[in-house]
Design a protein around this ligand. Structure first.
Ligand code: BTN
Length: 244
């Protein structure tokens, strides 16, 4: 199913795949994996830093023929659960998905996902799904105090090609579920493994720091939090931050 293209170095596998798909009618499920990214991109304009040759940085191109933008949340569930499924045997019960799609081992971030969609008339035509997973890296810059890797979490060194294959296997399964329209199952599975759900945590809305409990992620992708006074409040990604 997957066509894998391996590169030594590139600015960003997401940027590369997006540009390439404009020039050429690439086949569905083309994967670009790079040993090194010089301009790796994270969510909300952040950068993704990854030591060359130690980790997985790759992007997958998916084409859709009839996928409404209103179901975008389930695409996020499918991608995050793919990573979750493939890492569960390695990390075990400490593994969670931090809203919207960070992969966590306890309170440390192992990996992140950057989904970039091309939308036409309310339908997602194609999706470039970028995955950055810290695998064998041991030292992280001071700017990333909450980063960890599979090696740090499990004390083992991993074969990057083997790991990529098992992630792609998991992606295939979750995308078949998505294709079959099993949205409720994807939603349930995602909510079940959500980081700090039903646990009192500290958040900031840019003005105040407050305590709250994550109740759920709504199907429009926003986060529902129960405040200390039991009031329910809903936040979009730009409106709230976790305080570790
Ligand atoms: C995040 O958590 O902020 C998302 C990080 C996504 C990083 C991956 S690495 C492969 C792909 N190419 C990029 O430039 N970004 C994604």
């Amino acid at each position: 199913m997957f066509t894998i293209v391996k590169l030594n170095a590139i600015n960003s596998t997401n940027s590369y795949l997006k540009e390439w798909s404009k020039e050429k009618e690439l086949s569905h499920a083309t994967v670009v994996v790079a040993k090194k990214q010089t301009l790796g991109r994270g969510e909300m304009g952040s950068e993704w830093l990854s030591e060359s040759g130690k980790n997985l940085t790759f992007s997958i191109l998916f084409r859709f023929s009839n996928f409404s933008i209103s179901n975008q949340f389930y695409l996020n569930c499918a991608v995050s659960l793919s990573l979750y499924d493939s890492l569960l045997p390695i990390i075990g019960k400490n593994l969670t998905i931090k809203w919207p799609n960070d992969i966590m081992s306890a309170n440390k971030k192992l990996g992140g996902i950057l989904i970039e969609n091309t939308v036409k008339s309310g339908f997602i035509k194609q999706s470039v799904i970028g995955i950055g997973l810290n695998v064998n890296q041991v030292h992280f810059p001071d700017s990333l105090p909450n980063a960890a890797s599979l090696r740090l979490a499990s004390n083992k060194i991993y074969d990057l090609d083997g790991l990529l294959q098992s992630i792609l296997e998991a992606v295939k399964k979750r995308f078949n579920q998505l294709k079959r329209g099993e949205f409720r199952a994807l939603n349930n599975a995602y909510q079940k493994v959500l980081y700090r759900r039903n646990v009192v945590s500290k958040f900031s809305d840019g003005k105040h720091i407050f305590n709250g409990k994550i109740i759920a992620v709504l199907t429009d992708g926003r986060l529902q939090i129960e405040l200390e006074n039991k009031e329910l409040q809903i936040f979009s990604l730009k409106e709230i931050k976790y305080i570790f």
